[in-house]
Design a protein around this ligand. Sequence first.
Ligand code: CMC
Length: 428
Amino acid sequence: MTEKTATLSTDGNEYDLPVLPGSVGPEVVDIRKLYGQSGKFTYDPGFTSTASCQSAITYIDGGEGVLLHRGYPIDQLAEHSTFMEVAYLLLHGDLPKKNELDKFSKTITYHTMVHEQLVHFFRGFRRDAHPMSVMCGVVGALSAFYHDSTDITDPTQRLIASHRLIAKMPTIAAMAHKYSLGQPFLYPQNDLSYTGNFLRMTFGVPAEPYEVNPVIERAMDRIFILHADHEQNASTSTVRLAGSSGANPFACIAAGIACLWGPAHGGANEAALNMLREIGDVKNIKTYVERAKDKNDPFRLMGFGHRVYKNYDPRAKVMQQTAEEVLKELNLTDPVLDVARELEHIALNDDYFVEKKLYPNVDFYSGIILNAIGFPTEMFTALFALARTTGWVAQWNEMISDPEQKIGRPRQLYVGATQRDYVPMDER
Ligand code: CMC
């Protein structure tokens, strides 16, 4: 079969560029040899049209609102699976058999404690430090403690580091929360599930027994599943870029956490909840919808719209259902949920939002759930980081094992001064 090509013509020359197919989704034009042949780079700020790698982990069709992990639709995973199983799936490529899942869960459980010396790190932070600043520092510091899993050329060490990161993130996130409250840290209790253990370390106190509520445990587990991976987003690309230089996995994940912290990425769920609170009452929605449509007003409906999804974010549907379940279980009537439901209804029937294909995204309902469970808003992004660590380590492992992967080194369109001679100070 003849290879498919695309032709680029410039300056009277033509260049045939290979077109590579994926298993599903858009083909890519392979421009790797273009510079060598033509002396020209391609220009794509924000990488909106550039595939930076090949990957077999996650597939998104934004137009159709499809999200698949290793081929499995996110709604099926959210309904039938557990976060541990999804972590295995992302890391190993297939759903585990029962004995494989049992072994994996046991291994993760085995690594949940952090080195006791690491506990002292927390005391160096101010009590009012943002949990994400603590997470960046403490996760980066893990590399100082686990030397035996930082040789990235050894697949066994890579796997151990991946297990350690997945296992220790809940412990570190819960400690960040406890530290902000001035409450004692709780050690993991390994007869609990991954998520139950996290809830106990976050909300339990040593003086009282802590009963894990199975409805909340399931809701939290589902939130973790919904955040586990999302293809080559900014933080995942950051992890890959950091890893491409051979940096150790703990340093790479710390870089991912730093990127995720930004309000345009992991911080939007906090902003969505604040917006719903600001709207406050169903009767105020119209005013805010008008403001969102007004080009002269910077206000946007937070939790609406997405760079990739131009249809309903499939994660938002599961989030809405989970919000209803959690509020019912906790016997809470949060007026914010009424505002969210009505706002969604109005926006989805408004020409502006319909034409621009703006739908609720994963962040629209998640803040309501996390708030109901008892998390302060500053913890929202830390929970996202905890869950996304599974995706990050899966993507990092895939990259290191890919023989075609090189150190990440984008080029640029230089628009600065051309060469000029140094001017002595007294002549400037
Ligand atoms: N409210 C009102 N108008 C909007 C909104 C919104 N939330 N989002 C986009 N638009 C309009 C925007 O004004 C623009 O209009 P025009 O074409 O007339 O200039 C058009 O829709 C396209 O917007 P864009 O900013 O060019 O689209 P983008 O793909 O660059 O931005 C986005 C995507 C998520 C940054 C944006 O939709 C947004 O700011 N949403 C609110 C913040 C939010 O909820 N972020 C969470 C994203 S999901 C988290 C994750 O998956 O990591």
